[in-house]
Ligand binder design. Sequence first.
Ligand SMILES: [Zn+2]
Length: 204
Amino acid sequence: MTTTAPPIVPYVLAYSEELVPQRLTFREHRPSGGPRLEFVDPRRSDWVDGVLRARVRTHQRGSVRWKRLNTRRQWECLAKGWCQVCKRPAAQSDGRLPWLLTERVYQPIGEDRLGTTAPPTCRDCIPLSLQMCPQLSSAPLLCTVAAAEPVGVLGDLFRDGPDGEAIEAQRNVYVGWDEFARLTDVLAKLAVVELRDMRPEPLP
Ligand SMILES: [Zn+2]
């Protein structure tokens, strides 16, 4: 009988029991005016830099959702420059960050500009990621970047229905930090960054 080693679960992935229902509503806010999307039972921690962020647990219980990122861990990895696989700082000794990319993790953010929702991957985790991650099996690109600048969020847009009902209007849309009118109507699920000074490298 052969035994198979359990797969290494990247830190950033979501688990089934971390997902919670998002009970949303629109409420008027004065004096700024206009209805704004929020949770039925709002908490101060729902807001990150003025955008409403989807609620998730972070206890890593349940089954692994291999195609889904945990919102808070994804945000944390991008904000802190942590490796999405092992959670250690991904920066190299020269300060640059290694990044593994595929077409699937690019996010158009404007004319001739591309962002990404994928956090960095440290040097140590790159060979294993290339070997194990099915999404990296087609045309992966390895590069180093000077910085990752937050430019917006990927989320679901809602519109204001009767009695403040939040009606889903569009799923998985990019909303930039400068789109003030739409930022009040979005439930952010992932942070989006723009990579600065990308330098491609050969794959190991
Ligand atoms: Zn790593």
